[in-house]
Design a binder for this molecule. Sequence first.
Ligand code: ZN
Length: 208
Amino acid sequence: MSGIFRKSVLQPGPGSKADDCDAGAAEGSASSAPLAAFMAELAREFPNFRIVPKDESPLSKAIDVALKILTLGGQRHYMTHYHTVIGDTLYVPTGWTHTDDVDCVITLRHERIHLRQRRRYTLPGMAFLYFIPFFPLGLAYGRARIEWEAYTETLRATAELKGMDAAHSPALRRRIVQQFTGPAYGWMWPFRAVVERWFDEALHDLEE
Ligand SMILES: [Zn+2]
């Protein structure tokens, strides 16, 4: 476990709760058990997986600047709200160590889909799908499908860990649809009706 989290993440900061994302620090406590179990499962499937805070990563800072320029300031929350997998590394935003355990597992299940996609398509293949078809910004169908598979897992994990009511929450629907139609991922699939249909189909599949 401790090899997965970098030391700075392992140390519980002032005010950190026992049930936050700090699975390593809270090891042994009952509330962290599901997160610790999930981290162990992830480490078995991806032995080189590690978590790095974005504010300690020069690469993340460079991507942040590039995204602000490309989206004309539309994506301003890359460092503070978004989790990013590159290779075997998950770059986490500020606040990760204070996030509720269940929310951490839901996020990690989304990111595990990206790790599996990377294994399936290889890193150059994944980069191609993510950035090329059709345009890098707006109508990025490759990226939209890659993210759709991962957001479907977000929905499934939410239903399993928080219940169907949580998966049906209008706020969650709004948040996920917005990721596809807004600037967060460069307006990757700006057709609200299409994304809402994907969402409804995924919810329908979950209910079966
Ligand atoms: Zn994603």
